[in-house]
Design a protein around this ligand. Structure first.
Ligand SMILES: Cc1ncc(COP(=O)(O)O)c(C=O)c1O
Length: 377
């Protein structure tokens, strides 16, 4: 089976890990500090704070902003549940708005209607490697005095009008094994806010600036130097690997251009880093998916049950009417697109998709005629 994701790990990462192990200094130390400096430079922000994963990166930002019971945070349900969970862990409530039918990103035109006197923040998710409509989101946030927190867990290096994901508001990144760069588990916060950065450095370290002087109620959300050593090599490879993902996406786009499917969309002014390559294949999605798997293609669905339909969310009364989200959950598939995907493997994926879609989707050409508002294309 051609896997949906495969981390690009080689002798350089192995050597970097051995070097850290041999040094005897394996917990948070110099490698973490170096990785933070380089990630901040790469993203064009004042601070990057390494954390133990993307979920706690998000949650720590919300905690640092002082979110708690009675507060509302506007976000999407077409995401990994960690986005909503990180909000819920502070005691605040996620308020879900629908997505755009073609980019699968938060529909910024729907945000204003969801704002109440309790709203504190907007959390766009740069899903699959594409930055959301930050012009419109930033303008709304300014107008209503809201904070923007970018869930950039899938968008390492993605650009919006020349600026990197994670540089618009406070950003959270994941370095999980399948992400565009990895430390096995890990994450970053990016921010230009000196006070928040200082607070986060304390928070992730049990509240300590110096040993056993506990300044705030903190946690242990540190990254290890073993992980950071892997991350430094991964960062060296990021631009090359992003270019590989983009080249595979271009080949897929070309190969599927005559099929009755919805291709990924990249609005003008943005650079997609293709954490996922997602096709809308219509109502026969599950049959198509099963046939792809039979053909040895590890296609998958992100995400089959959207967050607003998860039992623990519904039990909390977080209802939402999200037809575009439901449609994406029912009709899309993601194809393998990792940087190590060989040309023959790409050809196998293409042949399998053409065959399965040809058999099942021909009669149901994808119609994305949902009303949309655009400021950024
Ligand atoms: C959109 C999104 N948000 C949050 C997370 C959470 O990151 P992590 O798995 O590193 O905790 C992930 C990744 O898994 C993600 O894809």
């Amino acid at each position: 089976m051609i896997p949906i994701a495969r981390p690009d790990l080689g002798p350089e990462e192995a050597a970097a890990v051995v070097e850290v192990l041999s040094s005897g200094m394996i917990a948070q130390g110099r490698k973490v500090a170096e990785l933070e400096t380089r990630w901040a430079e790469f993203c064009g922000v004042r601070h990057a704070i390494a954390m133990s994963n993307g979920t706690v990166a998000l949650m720590s930002i919300f905690a640092g902003l002082g979110l708690g019971p009675g507060d509302e945070v506007i976000t999407v349900a077409h995401t990994f549940a960690a986005t909503a969970n990180a909000i819920l862990f502070t005691g605040a409530r996620p308020v879900f708005v629908d997505i755009e039918p073609d980019t699968y990103l938060i529909d910024a035109a729907r945000i204003e209607a969801a704002i109440t006197p309790r709203t504190r923040a907007i959390v766009p998710v740069h899903l699959f490697g594409l930055v959301a409509d930050m012009d419109m989101i930033g303008a709304i946030a300014d107008r209503y005095g809201l904070v923007v927190v970018e869930d950039a867990c899938q968008a390492h290096g993605a650009l919006y009008r020349g600026r990197r994901a994670g540089s618009f508001g406070h950003g959270a990144f994941s370095l999980y094994a399948t992400k565009n760069m990895t430390t096995a588990e890990g994450g970053f916060v990016t921010t230009n806010d000196d006070r928040l950065a200082d607070w986060l450095r304390l928070y992730r370290n049990q509240g300590m600036r110096t040993r056993y002087a506990f300044e705030i109620l903190g946690f242990n959300f540190r990254m290890t130097d073993v992980a950071a050593a892997i991350g430094l090599i991964q960062l060296d490879k990021l631009e090359r690997n992003t270019a590989r993902r983009q080249a595979i996406a271009a080949r897929y786009d070309e190969a599927f251009s005559d099929l009755p499917v919805g291709l990924p969309v990249t609005p003008d002014g943005r650079t997609h880093v293709f954490h996922q390559y997602t096709l809308e294949v219509g109502p026969e999605r599950d049959t198509i998916l099963a046939e792809l798997r039979e053909a040895g293609v590890g296609a998958d669905v992100y995400y089959p049950v959207p967050v607003h339909r998860q039992a623990y969310i519904m039990e909390r009364g977080l209802h939402a009417d999200l037809p575009v989200t439901d449609r994406a959950a029912a009709r899309t598939i993601a194809l393998p697109i990792h940087p190590g995907l060989g040309s023959d493997e790409q050809a196998t994926v293409i042949a399998a998709v053409r065959a399965a879609v040809g058999r099942h989707a021909a009669s149901s050409r994808v119609d994305r005629t949902q009303p949309m508002a655009r400021t950024s294309r």
